[in-house]
Write a new protein. Structure first.
Length: 138
């Protein structure tokens, strides 16, 4: 799955690791998370087809939420922005070969298509949320 390949890329990135360590999660934060942290969701995953069937190439839209420190910490916006910049440098505009436990993925393209910031009432954190469009081969 492409989300696990992206998680592997982010966990291996020294720039991302400097901000949040290995706190990169699929789908949702764990109970009682430590911040800053990243959550990755697959919004859509669409295979490419030829007349013979699936071509082995697909395009996914991922939402990557960069959670800063909790609300009690004044630098929450700064941390979430710094983490978003680290994610962007690790992924946007890149081509990568990624080995995962499930096999491997070839990320052929990765583009930041949208970015927004907000305060999450659920986690009580400042969040920069990014949408990335990723073309890949299984």
């Amino acid at each position: 799955m492409i989300d696990y390949a992206v998680i592997a890329v982010l966990k291996d990135s020294p720039v991302v690791g400097a901000v949040c360590g290995d706190r990169v999660y699929p789908g949702q934060l764990p109970q009682r998370p430590r911040y800053p942290a990243i959550v990755i969701d697959v919004i859509s995953d669409v295979p490419d087809y030829t007349q013979e069937g699936e071509s082995g190439v697909a395009e996914s839209r991922l939402q990557i939420d960069c959670h800063g420190h909790d609300a009690a910490n004044a630098d929450g916006w700064d941390t979430s922005r710094e983490l978003a910049m680290a994610v962007k440098s690790a992924l946007s505009g890149r081509r990568l070969i990624v080995a995962t436990n499930a096999g491997g993925e070839e990320i052929q393209s990765s583009f930041l298509t949208n970015q927004r910031r907000f305060f999450s009432d659920v986690t009580q954190t400042q969040v920069v949320s990014m949408d990335l469009l990723i073309g890949y081969r299984d």
